[in-house]
Ligand binder design. Structure first.
Ligand SMILES: NC(=O)c1ccc[n+]([C@@H]2O[C@H](COP(=O)([O-])OP(=O)(O)OC[C@H]3O[C@@H](n4cnc5c(N)ncnc54)[C@H](OP(=O)(O)O)[C@@H]3O)[C@@H](O)[C@H]2O)c1
Length: 271
């Protein structure tokens, strides 16, 4: 059986639905299971090893578990991998972070997890996912009709979440073919803040990094979140997220979606 984790989230849910529609023997894990046996889901809380029953799992699609301080994320990922090893899971597919994401505030927990999986006993596939086009769109949401996020003028190789979900699901349907592979999956094209603004018919007038920091401080975020968000803006502004690859195309059964359209739609919806 395939088990997809994080199915209350956007990526896990999309992987799960794709596998279901392709007739896979699949179940989904969530901390918020409703107790119904009909929904093909089960309780799975990485923070609670007692819930990590994986004896019937042949392929684990391990969606990284949320943003938190590094020790929390690493601790919960460690719990899941250890449980998978004890249960004799046959293959782990881990959704990580693209090569060019090494400057981002959440990179370390991903790289630690990759290393732990690669040094462990289970055959694996690592998906180094680029930043979601949906996320970039949210960050570029116009404020009073103007995009003010400091993204500079360089491109971001954002990738639609649905493309990443289908790639992960296709691998889960034939994991052996992908054993030992690290797939770097930024988008196939880099998009700029100005292009998103043009598509929305708004202006792009970036504020300073200090201005963004003040808004984030005022937004009542969790303590680690401002630095993580600032790191995305810095990396985007100075061209560290620009590298594209076509690798996603080889993992899909269709052409990739256009990240500019997805990002602009996302910016429009949030705004
Ligand atoms: N590439 C990107 O641009 C990007 C952007 C944001 C996040 N991410 C990473 O990619 C992951 C998937 O993205 P997404 O858009 O699906 O995120 P999302 O919608 O925020 O979903 C996060 C998922 O993490 C699960 N989770 C959190 N803590 C958990 C725990 N202790 N045990 C088990 N599951 C836990 C949640 O499941 P339950 O609450 O149901 O347990 C939820 O389903 C995120 O968790 C994050 O690590 C990547």
């Amino acid at each position: 059986m395939i088990l997809v984790t994080g199915i209350s989230g956007n990526l896990g849910q999309a992987i799960f639905q794709y596998l279901k529609t392709h007739g896979a023997d699949v179940t989904g894990g969530t901390r918020n299971h409703d107790g119904s046996a009909q929904t093909q889901t089960r309780t799975l809380d990485f923070d609670d090893p007692q819930t990590l029953a994986l004896d019937d799992v042949s392929t684990l699609v391990f969606v990284s578990a949320g943003t938190a301080e590094d020790d929390v994320v690493i601790g919960r990922h460690q719990n899941l991998i250890t449980a998978a090893e004890k249960a004799g899971v046959g293959h782990i597919i881990y959704t990580s972070l693209a090569d060019h994401g090494d400057h981002l505030g959440f990179a370390l927990a991903h790289r630690w997890t990759e290393r732990r999986i690669q040094e462990g006993s289970i055959p694996w596939t690592i998906l180094r996912n680029g930043l979601y086009a949906e996320l970039i769109g949210q960050l570029l949401t116009p404020v009073d009709g103007v995009i003010t996020a400091p993204f500079g003028n360089r491109g971001v190789a954002a990738i639609p979440r649905q493309d990443l979900a289908e790639a992960a699901a296709n691998i889960a349907l034939a994991p052996k073919k992908h054993a030992g592979q690290v797939y770097n999956l930024p988008g196939t094209r880099a998009i700029t803040a100005k292009q998103v603004a043009d598509r929305l018919g708004t202006d792009y007038r970036p504020q300073t990094m200090a201005g963004l920091r003040s808004s984030l401080d005022a937004a009542g975020l969790l303590p680690f979140q401002p630095d993580m968000l600032m790191s995305i803006h810095s990396a985007a502004s100075y061209g560290f997220l620009e590298d594209t690859t076509d690798t996603i195309t080889s993992l899909l059964n269709r052409a990739p979606l256009d990240p500019l359209i997805i990002a602009a739609n996302s910016a429009r919806q949030v705004g």
